[in-house]
Design a protein around this ligand. Structure first.
Ligand code: HEC
Length: 113
C-alpha cells in the first residue's frame, strides 16, 4: 500500500524573528512549505489473502502489522499460540473462532511446515 501524506512544515521563526526584528530585520514572516512523504511499504497493513481483513481489523489496534510480518515463519500451532497470547494476555478483542482464522492466515503468509 502506498500512503502519501502531505506534511505541513512551518518554520516557526515568527516568535524569535519578531522579537529580534529591527530596521533591517523584518521579522514575523512564516515560511510554509508542503512536502510529499511516501511511507515505507509493508508495515501498515497485512498482505491480501483469506483472513487479511480480520488481521487488518484486529492486529493493528495495538501495534503495526510489521510487528507480526517481521517475525520468523511459524507453524500453525505456533501462530495459534501467538494469537491466543494476544487475546488472553494483552486483551486483543477477538472471538474464540477468530484465533484459528487469523492463525490460518498467518501460516499462509508466513508459515513453516
Ligand atoms: C490489545 C493489544 C494487542 C492486540 C489487539 C494485538 N497485539 Fe500483538 N502485541 C501486543 C503487545 C503488548 C506486544 C508486545 C510488544 C513488545 O514486546 O514490545 C505484542 C507483540 C506481538 C508480536 C511479537 C511477538 C511477541 O509475542 O511479543 C506478535 C507476533 C504479535 N503481537 C501478533 C499479533 C497478532 C497476530 C494480533 C492480531 C490477532 C495482535 N498481535 C494483536 C498487543 C496486542
Amino acid at each position: 500500500m502506498k500512503a502519501s501524506a502531505a506534511v505541513l512544515l512551518v518554520w516557526a521563526s515568527c516568535v524569535s524573528a519578531s522579537a529580534m526584528a529591527g530596521p533591517d530585520k523584518p521579522g514575523g514572516a512564516a515560511v510554509i512549505r508542503t512536502v510529499d512523504v511516501t511511507l515505507p511499504n509493508g508495515s501498515l497493513t497485512f498482505p491480501p489473502g483469506v483472513g487479511s481483513n480480520l488481521a487488518n481489523a484486529q492486529c493493528v489496534i495495538c501495534h503495526s502489522a510489521g510487528m507480526v510480518t517481521r517475525q520468523p515463519p511459524l507453524s500453525f500451532q505456533e501462530w495459534k499460540a501467538e494469537v491466543a497470547k494476544m487475546r488472553a494476555v494483552y486483551g486483543a478483542p477477538l472471538a474464540v473462532d477468530e484465533v484459528d482464522q487469523i492463525a490460518r492466515y498467518l501460516t499462509a503468509i508466513n508459515g513453516k511446515p
